[in-house]
Design a protein around this ligand. Structure first.
Ligand code: ZN
Length: 242
């Protein structure tokens, strides 16, 4: 089974459409949360995602903020302003869809969480120490996460029980090897200084992970953000990818 793994779309419909067309035919789509927040298309993104056949979808911290269950004080000024705009803009049925999403899913050899298996909505896995403790927090061979917007792969050698970072070139297929924590990066707001939308293709039969990038029309999204009155700084960052 070929699975499209994506995360952190952040209400960027243009980037999402680029990923859906670049990924080609897939049997399933696994979305690791943060459908909304920052971007100009929260309703359009939810409606597009929820219609995808074979979808597994998680809730992220920005989705919770849009539902009003996280105080906006937990966000920086711009993110809080965008979250308030999102809450105001979302149709009731799309808010209800966000409310229906789980924070963690286990599917065969995979645990799916937005932030981390230990703390599914909020924790960032950015370093080896945090990866080490999180390898103890799931029992499947692999864990898929988003949240940091950074495409990172942590591999734990069972011999010494320590995590280290693995790297693979864009478009290259890396064999999966137990155990790993894999992050596909962000579709709608990459933060690794590469503005292209990031995602991954997972092949369950061949047991491979292929991280990929695709260009999209950033200027078009920036224009919609400014027209909607979203913070200018959030529009600018899309061009540089931070
Ligand atoms: Zn996010």
């Amino acid at each position: 089974m070929r699975v499209l793994v994506l995360s952190d779309i952040h209400a960027n419909l243009t980037a999402l459409e680029a990923v859906l067309s670049d990924s080609g035919d897939v049997e399933a789509v696994w979305c690791l949360g943060d459908l909304v927040g920052y971007g100009p298309d929260p309703n359009e993104v939810i409606e597009r995602v929820r219609g995808i056949p074979g979808l597994l979808c998680l809730i992220g911290n920005h989705d919770q903020a849009a539902m009003g269950i996280i105080p906006l004080s937990r966000f920086n000024h711009d993110a809080g302003a965008a979250a308030a705009w999102t809450t105001h803009t979302l149709k009731p049925e799309n808010l209800a869809y966000l409310r229906s999403l789980p924070s963690k899913i286990t599917f065969e050899d995979f645990t799916l969480a937005h932030g981390s298996p230990r703390q599914p909505v909020w924790e960032y896995i950015l370093d080896l120490q945090t990866a080490d403790v999180n390898f103890e927090a799931f029992t499947t061979d692999y864990c898929l996460i988003g949240h940091s917007h950074l495409p990172l792969i942590f591999l734990r050698e069972e011999a010494n029980g320590k995590a280290h970072l693995a790297s693979v070139a864009w478009g290259e297929q890396m064999p999966l090897r137990p155990r790993m924590i894999l992050n596909p990066g962000s579709v709608g707001q990459p933060r690794d200084m590469d503005p292209r939308a990031a995602y991954a293709l997972l092949d369950l039969k061949d047991e491979t992970w292929q991280p990929r990038r695709v260009e999209y029309d950033v200027a078009q999204v920036q224009e919609r953000m400014l027209r909607a009155g979203l913070p200018e700084r959030q529009a600018m960052r899309l061009l540089a990818g931070w």
